[in-house]
Design a protein around this ligand. Structure first.
Ligand code: NZQ
Ligand code: ZN
Length: 390
């Protein structure tokens, strides 16, 4: 096990009706005025918007609004948000939505204190030292941004989708009511499940040894998601199922499950090139990239992959048929994605090989020569993975 630091001070307020506590959580931070940041309107349709406003008003918290965050959030709106916060003397950014809204809010909160926030997304060696406090009201279990320390933003003109991270991006509080996810359409449920599952696998597929407790925790989360996720689609207002999925998504990405081990993240970075170029949902891209990545790298640590096959999918194997077990596990993974309505090949979503080289080139823009830890991948490897995902 590697040495590690664990720091995640986000206060999680989880359960039915917890939106009522938004105002009090702002008061606890001495906040007087918030930027209420949200997306394309789902919170107005499902009634959450009124509840947020009611809680702010009950605590005499003033607010200004900035709506319109798109999935794969854009830099332009971030810049608009920063300008509003400065003009209006905002002292907390309140994100009401999913990963895209939260990531946009994080960029605004940090951008408040620097000259050009985009520089920090382009250059991971630049350190963000300060941010406005951030509060989150989560509406979709998926990206885990509600407690993570990072944000992913796209610059539309260049299709560059890049992340930045700092402890200052960790929300001060996250309000999580599973009922606020009842209104999710099926495709968004599936994208979210794929993303949280990927966050677990990015940590699970590690070359670090002596991390069996971490392995077992990661396996428990994967097995529970495999069990619960298919049930949600036919039982939309089942509170227990929604609560399990919501909590799974947070635990997948709040950092605790990766402690003491090298994490991989190559599949995520490769996927970000796909969603940067084609504006596809991140969770869909991951369902396509991850199986291809698995096929490409499994030989670099077969015991870890056979452990995944047997412990997560219950695939039996003998000492001399590990490869068979691993290929069955990858098939099982693909079947799971399909069972929840996701595609697992680029051709299924009409993406051909035209841009493989462009995306592989851009993957390394200002980023060194390899990505990933399980197997360090270069540009040619990235193209090979795109080809395996065709
Ligand atoms: O915009 P609205 O109208 O709210 O609709 C959203 C959006 O269209 C809709 N939605 C959300 N909650 C809903 C709902 N519709 C009905 N009822 C609800 N309760 O869902 C759509 C997708 O929302 P989005 O926020 O884009 O989803 P998600 O949470 O999957 O976020 C994806 C983004 O997060 C980034 C991804 O790259 C992507 O840009 N990630 C952020 C991470 C982080 N900061 O730690 C880590 C992840 O790996 C990921 O990269
Ligand atoms: Zn992700």
């Amino acid at each position: 096990m590697n040495n590690f630091n664990y720091y995640n001070p986000c206060k999680i307020v989880f359960g039915d009706d917890v939106e009522k506590e938004i105002g009090q959580n702002c008061l606890d931070l001495n906040v007087k005025k918030v930027l209420l940041h949200y997306g394309g309107g789902s919170i107005k349709k499902n009634g959450l918007y009124e509840k947020v406003i009611a809680s702010l008003k009950a605590s005499n918290i003033q607010y200004v609004e900035l709506a319109g965050v798109k999935p794969n959030p854009r830099l332009e709106l971030v810049r608009e948000g920063i300008a509003i916060c400065k003009k209006e003397n905002v002292d907390l950014v309140l994100a009401v939505g999913g990963g895209s809204v939260i990531d946009s809010a994080k960029a605004i909160a940090c951008g408040f204190y620097v000259e050009d926030i985009w520089e920090y997304y382009l250059d991971s060696s630049k350190v963000l030292e300060k941010a406005l406090p951030l509060g989150v009201v989560l509406t979709i279990p998926a990206a885990g941004s509600e407690t993570s320390s990072s944000s992913v933003i796209t610059e539309e003109a260049t299709n560059l989708k890049r992340s930045a991270g700092t402890k200052h991006m960790i929300a001060k509080f996250a309000i999580m009511n599973p009922k606020n996810t009842y209104s999710l359409p099926d495709n968004q449920i599936a994208y979210g499940v794929s993303d949280m599952f990927a966050h677990i696998m990015e940590r699970y597929f590690s070359q670090t040894t002596g991390v069996d407790l971490g392995d077992r925790l990661l396996e428990a989360n994967m097995k529970n998601i495999l069990r619960i996720a298919p049930l949600v689609f036919n039982d939309k207002e089942n509170y227990t199922l929604r609560a399990e999925i919501m909590w799974a998504g947070t635990l997948a990405h709040n950092g605790i499950l990766g402690m003491g081990r090298d994490e991989d993240w190559a599949s995520h970075l490769i996927e970000h090139e796909l969603s940067g170029e084609y504006d596809i949902p991140h969770g869909l891209g991951l369902a396509i990239v991850f199986p291809a990545w698995m096929k490409y790298v499994c030989k670099d640590n077969m015991p870890r992959f056979t452990q995944f096959a047997s412990r997560v999918f219950g695939i039996e194997y003998a000492h001399d048929n590990g490869e068979y077990a691993v290929s069955e596990a990858i098939k099982a993974m693909e079947n799971f994605y399909k069972s929840i309505g996701l595609h697992t090949r680029l051709s299924d979503i009409s993406i051909n090989a035209d841009k493989f080289d462009v995306m592989a080139e851009r993957l390394f823009f200002k980023r060194g020569t390899t990505v990933g830890q399980f197997k360090k991948l270069n540009k040619a490897d990235a193209v090979n993975i795109f080809n395996l995902a065709k």
